[in-house]
Design a protein around this ligand. Structure first.
Ligand code: IYR
Length: 230
C-alpha cells in the first residue's frame, strides 16, 4: 500500500521530497543572513555558571543527530553531563592529560602555533559550564543478540554531527569550544560507556562569562579557500 506521495524502490518506501521554492533573491538573502549569524561564532573559553533548562540541550542534540551519516547508521552517542561531581572528575582527568600534552607531547612548532590563542593545561570551563556534551563515535554496533555490525565513514559522520551541533549551539545564543583532551579514553571510563564507543569530542555548553575575551583572529579570505572551475 502506498499513497500518491510515495513510491517503492527495490521494495523500499520512498516519500516525495518537497523542495523549498525560494526565489534567487530570497536564496541570496537567506545565505547572507546565515553567514552573518554563523560568522559571529567564536570558541569561548570563559564561561558563566548560569543555568538553563535541559530541553534546550535536547533540541541541540536533536539537531546534531539530524546530520547525514554513512548508510544513515547515526554512529554516535551524545552524553550530557550536568552532575557537578562528574564534571569535577572529568576536569581533573582532562587537566592531567593536558599537563602532559603541554609539557611533553606537543612539539615546539605546535606550542608556538597555539601561543596566540592563549590556551594552557587549565580547563576550569569543564566545571563551570552548566553542561558538558561528550560526543562518542561508534565504530561498530551490537544487535540484540550481541552480534557486531559495521558502521561506515564514522569519523566523517560524527564530525558532521558535531558541526551541526556547534552551529545549533551558536544559533541558540549559547557558546562552546571544541575541547579534545588527548588521549580521551578517560571519558569512556568515567561515563561508563560500552566497548563500541570511543570519545570523539567534548563540548562545554553555556553562557559566556561577562568578562570573556577571545583572541583577535581572522578567517581566510574567500579567494584563499575557494577555486572556481568554469
Ligand atoms: N587540546 C589542547 C591543546 C590545543 C590544541 C589545538 I590544535 C588547539 O587549537 C587548541 C588547544 C587544549 O585543549 O588546550
Amino acid at each position: 500500500m502506498h499513497t500518491d506521495d510515495s513510491i517503492l524502490v527495490d521494495g523500499f518506501k520512498h516519500i516525495k521530497y518537497h523542495q523549498h521554492n525560494f526565489s534567487e533573491n530570497e536564496m541570496r538573502v537567506n545565505s547572507e543572513t546565515y553567514f552573518n549569524n554563523i560568522s559571529q561564532r567564536r570558541s569561548v573559553r570563559n564561561f558563566s555558571n548560569k543555568a538553563f533548562s535541559i530541553d534546550i540541550i535536547e533540541n541541540l542534540i536533536k539537531t546534531a543527530s539530524s546530520a547525514p551519516s554513512g548508510a544513515n547508521k547515526q554512529p554516535w552517542t551524545f552524553c550530557v553531563v550536568k552532575n557537578a561531581k562528574i564534571k569535577k572528575r572529568i576536569r581533573e582527568a582532562a587537566e592531567e592529560e593536558e599537563r602532559k600534552s603541554y609539557s611533553e607531547r606537543m612539539n615546539d612548532e605546535w606550542l608556538n602555533d597555539l601561543k596566540h590563542l592563549g590556551t594552557d593545561a587549565n580547563k576550569p570551563f569543564l566545571e563551570i559550564a552548566p553542561y558538558l556534551i561528550v560526543v562518542f563515535k561508534k565504530p561498530f554496533e551490537y544487535d540484540k543478540q550481541g552480534n557486531k555490525h559495521q558502521n561506515y565513514y564514522v569519523n566523517e559522520s560524527v564530525g558532521l554531527a558535531c558541526g551541526f551541533l556547534i552551529s545549533a549551539i551558536h544559533n541558540a545564543g549559547l557558546v562552546t569550544l571544541t575541547h579534545t583532551p588527548s588521549p580521551m579514553r578517560f571519558l569512556e571510563k568515567i561515563l561508563n560507556r560500552p566497548d563500541n564507543e570511543r570519545a570523539f569530542l567534548l563540548l562545554p555548553v553555556g553562557y559566556a562569562s561577562e568578562d570573556a575575551y577571545v583572541p583577535d583572529i581572522q578567517k581566510k579570505n574567500l579567494n584563499e579557500v575557494m577555486k572556481i572551475y568554469e
